[in-house]
Ligand binder design. Structure first.
Ligand SMILES: Cc1cc2nc3c(=O)[nH]c(=O)nc-3n(C[C@H](O)[C@H](O)[C@H](O)COP(=O)(O)OP(=O)(O)OC[C@H]3O[C@@H](n4cnc5c(N)ncnc54)[C@H](O)[C@@H]3O)c2cc1C
Length: 316
């Protein structure tokens, strides 16, 4: 079984999820794990990929400088004509999500996206999220010569080095119908919650925009910044770039302090790897206590002013 991982890179950086794809490829391969990287001046990434792949294929051409699904699929199909894939792995990113269905159609292959588990012991079975992450499902894909799977980021982080070889080949795409024009960077907010060591995170229980001040006071005393759960952002109490969770940002601070956050799955996915998690919630059954290292069952409007007072005293 030849398992191919299509590496993603953008603006001169290799997306680390490319290595995660290879970790999965190594776990399920029967023959080889192979990385394919397309682009202009991408040979530099090959050595890093080769640590985790039996073979790395480098396809360089000026016309592949910017990702264009049409040109990438064109070149990949030329490549696969001589290297039949059993499984093609892509990251479940905007890059992979655009490529996966196009490739699947060309290869006449079953396709599954947002995959978090793959079992090849009896055909190809996948576990994936559906209904925007609310439910998980196990699927058996119909028997086929090739399969295309888009893999969720952050799931296959563990793997060992393989130490493979690198081969460069030359392939050219035909003229695409659409052309890359420019990158437009999103406006960066003044606070980057992904870089903060201490996050005081407010949930819906903060009740009103005017109460955010309380969290800000605590964050300032701790030397941290304020983030929020989705309802807080949806209510306009904090800007969008402060949202933690699957539709917000993934954070890994030294301290995550949750104030009236229930700990819904979609939120926890974005903060569960924080080094220290402390939660304050008046409901002892709140799921956040399931991931917290320490918890206080109490009303934030009583506990937080007390914390602020004690910290202020400590700071003199
Ligand atoms: C597709 C999809 C994507 C989503 N993406 C995200 C995401 O990225 N991030 C995210 O956060 N959510 C996301 N959600 C929403 C998520 O499902 C939850 O609804 C949300 O996380 C709940 O936010 P919360 O904990 O602030 O509010 P709630 O679930 O309403 O919880 C409020 C908590 O505050 C406690 N509380 C109330 N008052 C007090 C008080 N005075 N003192 C102490 N505790 C109090 C309550 O006991 C309760 O546990 C998403 C949902 C979907 C469907």
């Amino acid at each position: 079984m030849r398992v191919f991982a299509i590496a993603e890179h953008r603006m001169g950086e290799l997306n680390p999820t490319s290595i995660e794809l290879l970790n999965l490829a190594n776990a399920i391969k029967k023959e080889s794990s192979e990385a394919v990287i397309l682009g202009k001046d991408v040979k530099g990434f090959a050595d890093e990929l080769a640590k985790y792949a039996d073979k790395v294929w480098v396809i360089q051409d000026d016309s592949l400088e910017f990702f264009n699904p049409e040109t990438y699929v064109d070149v990949l199909m030329q490549f696969f004509a001589n290297n039949k894939p059993d499984i093609v792995l892509l990251p479940n990113t905007s890059f992979g999500i655009e490529l996966a269905p196009l490739l699947a159609v060309k290869l006449n292959a079953p396709v599954a996206t947002d995959v978090v588990g793959v079992d090849v012991s009896d055909g190809v079975k996948v576990s994936k999220y559906i209904f925007q992450g609310k439910l998980m499902v196990d699927l058996k894909l119909r028997e086929a010569e090739s399969y295309v799977l888009a893999i969720r980021q952050g799931v296959f982080k563990e793997g060992s080095e393989v130490g493979g070889s690198v081969e460069e080949i030359s392939l050219k795409p035909s003229e695409p119908k659409r052309k890359f024009v420019q990158y437009i960077e999103p406006e960066v907010g003044e606070v980057d919650i992904t870089q903060a060591d201490i996050l005081v995170t407010v949930g819906r229980g903060i009740d009103d925009a005017s109460n955010i001040e309380l969290a800000e006071e605590l964050a300032e005393l701790l030397g941290g910044v304020v983030a929020g759960s989705r309802p807080v952002i949806d209510n306009g109490w904090l800007p969008k770039d402060r949202q933690i969770g699957i539709s917000g940002k993934t954070v890994k601070p030294k301290l995550y302090l949750g104030l009236a956050v229930s700990g819904a799955f979609q939120h926890v996915m974005g903060m569960k790897d924080s080094e220290l998690i402390i939660a304050i919630n008046k409901d002892p059954e709140a799921p956040i206590f399931g991931v917290a290292h320490y918890g206080i069952v109490g009303d934030i409007f009583e506990v937080v002013p007390e914390l602020v007072e004690q910290l202020s005293k400590l700071k003199g």
